[in-house]
Each structure stands twice: as C-alpha cells, then as structure tokens.
Design a protein around this ligand. Sequence first.
Ligand code: HEC
Length: 147
Amino acid sequence: MLHRLFPVVFVVACSEPGPPVDHAARRAAFHAELELSLGAAWNAPMAEVVGGAKVSAGQEIYDKSCGNCHGTTLDGRGPRSGGVDPRPPALVGDQAAKLPPAALLAIVRDGSPGTGMAPWGRAFSEAQLRDVVAYILARRQGAATHK
Ligand code: HEC
C-alpha cells in the first residue's frame, strides 16, 4: 500500500520549496570549522592579533563599508540588514557571538561563504583589516568614540 503512494509523496516533496535553512546552526558549524582550521591561533591574545592597529582608521572603514549591514552601533540593524538572508549579526552586546580576535579577523578577511558577509580581504590591506577588527573590539569593550 505505502509503496504505491511513494511516487506521489516523492513528487509532492520535490515540488515543495526546501525547508528553511537553520542559520543559527549553520553559523555555529561555520564557527566550529573556523576554530578547527585556526588551531592554536583561535586563542591568540588580542595584542598579538591587533596590536598597533588604529581604532579610528578602523571606525572610518567600518562606518563606510560595514555599518549599512551591521549598524553604526554594531547592533546588527543597519539600513540594509533586512535585505540580506541570513541577517547580519550584532557584533557587540548580549546577542553577539563574542568571537576571539583571530576569528573576527579571519571572517572579515575571508567572509562567510553562502551569506552576505563578503571576503573583505580583496578590498582592504591586512593592516586595514586589523584596524577594523580593533574598532569592533574597542566597541565591545565599551571604549566607544562614536555616537
Ligand atoms: C551585506 C551585508 C554585510 C556587510 C556590508 C558586512 N557584513 Fe559582516 N556579516 C554579514 C552577515 C550576513 C554575517 C553573518 C554570516 C554568517 O551567518 O555566517 C556577517 C558576519 C560578520 C562577522 C562574524 C560575526 C559572527 O558573529 O558570526 C563579522 C566579524 C563581520 N561580519 C564584520 C564585518 C565587517 C568588519 C564588515 C565591513 C568591512 C562587514 N561585516 C560588512 C553581513 C554583512
């Protein structure tokens, strides 16, 4: 009996749009993969990753290239945030993943494949990437110079 129904079920299942992507789970898996690939560098101290970086230069880059999605207050609610799926995460505050400095740098440089987070390593030098990460970390620590 059931085997006769199978082709019908199969056709119906295939004509449905796929199940919605569980972005929280995908993102957690992406972070776990990144942790594996960075190895010991995942825990590199902040000074090692962004030592000497310029927070104010980072803020300029952030406001121009990142705030439209992640918000100028880094709350994930920039003007473009509603137009990307998944939505951009908050980078500070209770909702933020609070990734370590080396992970922030890697994601900003290489992006998050399959999402709106582009690999900014094409647009910015390594020093500029460090500047922008230093700015995120400064905001996370509440050393805001902005609004
Ligand atoms: C078009 C919108 C968009 C722009 C512009 C953008 N991002 Fe993102 N960003 C995202 C999205 C969406 C994610 C989530 C990726 C995921 O789910 O894996 C993300 C993830 C991140 C993450 C990882 C945070 C986490 O908790 O997973 C960091 C750090 C980040 N972005 C920083 C930046 C910086 C710095 C810039 C500017 C140079 C920038 N982003 C520009 C959309 C954007």
